[in-house]
Design a protein around this ligand. Sequence first.
Ligand SMILES: Nc1ncnc2c1ncn2[C@@H]1O[C@H](COP(=O)(O)OP(=O)(O)O)[C@@H](O)[C@H]1O
Ligand SMILES: [Mg+2]
Length: 462
Amino acid sequence: MTFNNFKFHKDLLKGVRIAGFKEPSPIQKMVIPIIEKGEDLVGQAYTGTGKTAAFGLPLMDKIAKKEIERALVITPTRELATQVSDELYHLGRFCGIRTITVYGGVGYGRQIALINKGVQVIVATPGRLKDLYKKGKIDSFNPEIIVLDEADEMLDMGFLEEIKEIFEYIPQNRQTLLFSATIPEPIKELANDILTNPQFISVVGEDESTTNNVIEQFYYVIEEVQRDEAIVKLLETEKINKCIIFCRMRREVDRLSEHLKAIGFLVEGLHGDLDQMERERIVRGYRRGESKVMVATDVASRGLDVKDVTHVFNYHIPFDPQSYVHRIGRTGRAGKSGKAITLVSTNEFKELQRIQKEVGADMKLATIVLDENLEDISNNFTSLQTMVEEVDISPIAVDFIDSMEEMDYHEFVERVVTLLIQQKRPSINQLGFDEETVSSMLESYEYKQKTVRKDNRKKKRH
Ligand SMILES: Nc1ncnc2c1ncn2[C@@H]1O[C@H](COP(=O)(O)OP(=O)(O)O)[C@@H](O)[C@H]1O
Ligand SMILES: [Mg+2]
């Protein structure tokens, strides 16, 4: 099946062709005909499976064919709003559809002026959109199609009230589409509230072929104190293009990113304490490859679509199985393969089992035995280090290093130098406990759980 089957406007098909899309993804195949028919819809598919085009194409097709005049897309964050409107622009530019993005943190004037000039598609974040409706600034914009994109993330971010309020301003005779990677209970309720006889389409079944993602999942069982060491070893041994390291807390993001920077990795930390401008700068740099390692909290990385993320690391296993799904969905995008690696200590067996059970995650236990070759290299390195330590570094050498930077050796130089400067890093010869050890750890964990449950029952009876 190709995109030609959909009978889209020819200018739209041209955009699709130039974007290099060959075959519609499973979610696209399923929802596009329904949207074309004008029905309401809840669409569920993992991140990276092409949900944007799944609603974007039929929506722009209807505008191009003058079946409708205007559409509204609501997304959780400014980054996502920009991503969506970029994608709409690329696919729809030959139809000359006028799209704007509307978000908070900047002045109202320009956005209002653009709306009044007569746009066809608004991509907006909930907060600013609600404000504009309240101020009566977009009454003239009557959307005939409304899309709630990444709805689960919007609810997680606490936008439920804003969304409900927005819908009070929107006319009833409309087509409403809701897209989400997960459909927890509050999403169902919201759908019942604002959608009319929606079709539920889900392509998140067991069947691998229904997703674009090919993500290999591994976990290492380590001791609590080994986390930093483990991450560094993994960064050194895995073949990484770009990666994201997920932490639970902002503090942890700051600490770990500083630590990795000091060792010489190209790292940025991303979390909600940073202001919008700063976050955008970081994401842009990461997208362009200026930083290779992003250390982030869940919230900060919501919906981030960056190509060529080869690895996702969970510095700690997430508490919540759904957030595990979100995290690993940052890699393996657009049909590329990816690797998700989780560090687990014995304190986290409970979360590990929940994730394996509830989302059916196929996680394989892994260990790295550091072979002699690596030992050799590190021995050589130690003697080199001693040599360098005995030499006074002259200003000339410093200049030389500076000029080497211009030779595109930047990353190389930075790493070698910081490795040299860094005093003895403890060397370990195995990372992650082996299968036998882990299974006996698990046994004793389960035994403990059972006795705890028994004790609780006894206590209840007394
Ligand atoms: N049919 C397709 N063929 C190839 N690439 C696609 C197709 N549909 C979408 N993509 C690309 O896949 C990536 C992920 O799509 P996106 O819509 O952001 O996913 P989601 O919203 O489901 O997380 C984007 O870079 C997009 O351009
Ligand atoms: Mg999306």
